[in-house]
Design a protein around this ligand. Sequence first.
Ligand code: GLC
Length: 530
Amino acid sequence: MNDFLWWRDGVIYQVYVRSFADSNGDGLGDLPGLISRLDYLGNLGIDALWLSPIYPSPDADFGYDVADHAAVDPRYGTLADFDRLLAEAHRRGIRIVLDMVMNHTSDQHPWFQESRSSRDNARRDWYIWSDRPNNWTAAFGGSAWERDPATGQYYLHLFTRRQPDVNWRRPEVRAAQLDVFRFWLARGVDGFRLDVYNAYFKDAGLRDNPRRAGLRGFDRQHHLHDMDQPEMMPLLRDLRALLDSYPERYSVGETYLATPAKAASYCGADKLHAAFSFDFAGGNLLYPWNAAWIAERISRRESVFDAAGIWPTTVMSNHDVPRAAGRYSRGEDDAPARMATTLLLTLRGTPFLYYGEEIGMRDISLGKNEIVDPPGKKYWPLYKGRDGCRSPMQWDGSEHAGFSSTKPWLPVHPDFPRRNVAAQSEDSGSLLSFTRSLISLRKATPALVRGEYVPLTARRGVLAFLRTLPQRKVLVAMNFGRRETVLEVDPHAGRPGRVLLSTRQRSSGRSGSELDLGPHEVVLLELTSG
Ligand code: GLC
């Protein structure tokens, strides 16, 4: 592709830095550790890394409570390490995307320390204070308001009480936050993931949210007044103008309570480049695993994004939801994980691959007393939180899985002696080898990246679609079932031709317009006309 645009056509890999590679034996991943694994990432074929927050943080929400936006937490390294990471990544053609947490700060952030110090502090209204709490609830449980004894007023926090929400309506706050972007842009950062961007602005009158049925407090309200306020659009225009004053910079928003329509509405030439719609992973819902449901979700997002001319994103796993491999696979079987990876890498949209997804890492399970994630502590056993999908990367079969020389902050999954990068690198049938082949096939096949999406079927457990460019058609077919089956390919679409990739050895298996599919088989092939 000669008009290759990294954030549209490439693959973005999410690194939860804390759990990726520990270079100094303190049980936490760090930047030098990540640098030492860049060759591995380069060989995997990814184009960019999104780093979960690396800023100084008291870890009330593991980095999503930032105490200083323009520094690196000493446990992860130094700014010099960060600059080295940038240089080393860029040398390999890998871009760096930072996680910007700007809806709230840590309660230890100097802004909040000043703000809470007195009612007439110059930074008092850099946060949202009230004499009387309204009915808003925190996403992690309880009221969204915390009374601060020093001044007797309540401050707003949509997450833990140690994450006060900033007041984006203050021009000084807006200026200070945009300066943070400038700080990282000047260092050479390529893009930003905006944490819960659609909650930046709250209703000016702090009106109560209407109620509705739901399981947890946060779900029992329509989030009419605490997010998705119109003031976000002019801010996005300012931010985009800032990004566009540098070459090829990127922004992707974490849409809170996402729908495709909501996500797409925040994107465009003078807004975000992209926004997560979380079609296959998001919230705490159970995402079913069958051809018909998946096809429905694909068409739901296609109809919105395609019509709006907005480039979609595809996410199967991240640091907030159970990993796809474990959601869909029983035991050691990786067939469903291969299908999830296939969707990730063959749908129209930028794939976001979560660390360890390439080897099919499963969630760890923890006892009540081992849980460290705030919502997990609050809601156990109804909801066990997000520690499960944040366990240390499984590099090899040595002690602590090659992640660290010491006991890591979260336990390593007990399957690491079998499931690790070293073992899978040597096995051509492994999920890692499959993922690597698919990324490289995607790179070599423009139709898989830029082609139109054309649904073929989602009947009888088979999901099949085309990705088409004027001169080229690629058929992607997946058998969700455990039995052999046959896919009839409409002769108008074309005839099954050269096999580009399959999860089983196949030389034939095609007769005329019929394609037989083995149990759980994934096959990508060219369609030839006539
Ligand atoms: C986003 C992050 C999540 C974090 C929350 C608060 O949803 O993905 O991990 O806890 O924002 O910052």
